[in-house]
Design a protein around this ligand. Structure first.
Ligand code: BG6
Length: 484
């Protein structure tokens, strides 16, 4: 056979978002509160590395009692709730083939454990999907993107409680039945590995209420793995031709040197990261985790039948976010750097973004090859992009060459990976329209091709305008990745 050349004809180009960072309307249309609605803007001086953070039960109570005078930007997003038609028209103008979004679970089941879904919430997404289809844009829908209904946190301490599996399955069944003719691509949990960094972000878990954070995180993950497999099965039954993927924050990890100590450390880090896709794609816990669990005193409670559920319902494809690579060193005196979810030590060959994330396009080719070799399942890059400060010129234009450079270099490496034989379904760049940052809830960290007039203090007209990268990405799609 001949080596593959460019991007396949049906390659899915587009952009990726999450309801809690985009929609706003947090108390409209019958929506209940979610864990994301409790997260305040973190002023720069107070940030500790910029990662997703846990919050305490006391703080939740204070927020609910109205005692905290801080801003909660994820409640307001960029008002996609009212402006989705205008925004989707802009995505269509760029030629999007696919749009990744999440359903805000608390819009459908306001408390998470309700018996009956909220019709107004269901109607909202009907309208969004119809609008996308009007332009031939395929929705790619995440069922849970860091936005667990707060009711589930209050009642079960989130995914720490096994009961949440049933509520999630009911939610998934409801939306699968409702949207079976509108959505065929689904993701079960965004960046499922975030649970090990922040159980609140990943599972709505208040860590001050548990004895052992690591033990709880792995137990909650077991619940999510079972839930993910159950809804994969359901999607296949309810929506013929549907495709369900898992979603990992991929951390391609390098050894700092060829010292075998460093090499082994990097291998171990890669294993802990790939544990999540191993379970989803191979349908069972990998052997290397048994030792890890033993050494860390983690005991996972399983119910009879769990193993069968996992093995019989593996995912159709593997999706992941990729912003950076990570470098690890066994030596204690290395300079630490930041990263999305987790950082490592400084890699002297790489430059970093304004937020300290080390930019590594070749690492994307490496990771694509590694994932393909390991699983032989189609891959989908569902997040990649550069968070940057944008400068508006007097005439309103924004010359974001840095963003185009970042994306160009990553798309080039995707093309190399395709030539290496990797099967890649698509690419959705993160935040095609500026939205609220996950880690810091700020607006200044912008990823978009479309600028949104909104600042960190919540001021602005919310007006949308095109950055230079808008025309550039439009042309990338029009030429199917030929002209970068
Ligand atoms: C991923 C998340 O971790 O990274 C997104 O899935 C997030 O929700 C993105 O927005 C970028 O992170 P940040 O902190 O720059 O918004």
């Amino acid at each position: 056979t001949l080596a593959k050349k460019g991007f396949p004809e049906n390659f899915l180009w587009g952009g990726a978002t999450a309801a809690n960072q985009l929609e706003g309307g947090y108390n409209l249309g019958g929506k209940g509160l979610s864990t994301a609605d409790m997260i305040a803007h973190v002023p720069k001086e107070l940030r500790k590395g910029g990662h997703a953070m846990d919050i305490t039960s006391d703080r939740i109570e204070q927020i609910l009692a109205g005692e905290i005078e801080e801003r909660f930007p994820k409640r307001h997003g960029i008002d996609f709730y009212h402006r989705f038609k205008e925004d989707i028209a802009l995505f269509a103008e760029m030629g999007f083939k696919v749009f990744r979004m999440s359903i805000h679970w608390a819009r459908i089941f306001p408390n998470g454990y309700d018996e009956v879904p909220n019709e107004e919430g269901l109607k909202f997404y009907d309208e969004v999907f119809d609008e996308l289809h009007k332009y031939g844009i395929e929705p790619l829908v995440t069922l849970s993107h860091y936005e667990t209904p707060l009711g589930l946190t209050q009642k079960y301490n989130g995914w720490a409680g096994r009961e949440v599996i049933d509520h999630y399955v009911r939610y998934a069944e409801t939306v699968f039945k409702r949207y079976k003719d509108k959505v065929k691509y689904w993701l079960t949990f965004n960046e499922i590995n975030v649970m090990l960094i922040s159980p609140y972000t990943g599972g709505g878990i208040l860590v001050d209420k548990v004895d052992n954070k690591l033990q709880t995180a792995f137990q909650a993950l077991h619940h999510q793995f079972v839930a993910s497999a159950l809804v994969t099965k359901l999607a296949h039954e309810i929506i013929p031709g549907s495709q369900v993927g898992c979603m990992l924050a991929r951390m391609e990890t390098y050894p700092k040197t060829c010292n075998p100590e460093d090499v082994r450390l990097a291998q171990q880090e890669n294993q802990i990261n790939l544990f999540f896709t191993d379970v989803h794609a191979r349908g069972k816990y990998p052997n290397y985790m048994a030792r890890y669990f033993e050494e860390n005193n983690v005991v996972i409670e399983r119910q009879p039948g769990d193993d069968e559920i996992l093995i019989n319902n593996t995912v159709d494809f593997i999706s992941f976010s990729y912003y950076m690579s990570v470098t690890k060193s066994a030596s204690a005196d290395e300079e630490e750097v930041a990263g999305n979810l987790a950082g490592g030590v400084k890699n002297p060959y790489l430059e970093a973004s304004d937020w300290g994330w080390e930019i590594d396009p070749i690492g994307l080719r490496v990771t694509l090859n590694n994932l393909w070799d390991r699983y032989n399942k189609p891959l989908f890059i569902v997040e990649n992009g550069l968070g940057a400060y944008d400068k508006i010129e007097e005439d309103g234009s924004i010359h974001d060459t840095y963003r185009m450079d970042y994306l160009r270099k990553h798309i080039e490496q995707m093309n190399e990976a395709i030539k290496d034989g990797v099967e890649l379904m698509g690419f959705t760049s993160w935040g095609p329209i500026d939205l609220v940052s996950m880690s810091t809830s700020e607006m200044s960290k912008r990823y978009g091709f479309i600028y949104v007039d909104l600042d960190d203090a919540g001021n602005g007209t919310l007006e949308r305008s095109k950055k230079d990268s808008f025309e550039w990405f439009k042309n990338v799609i029009a030429t199917n990745g030929e002209v970068l």
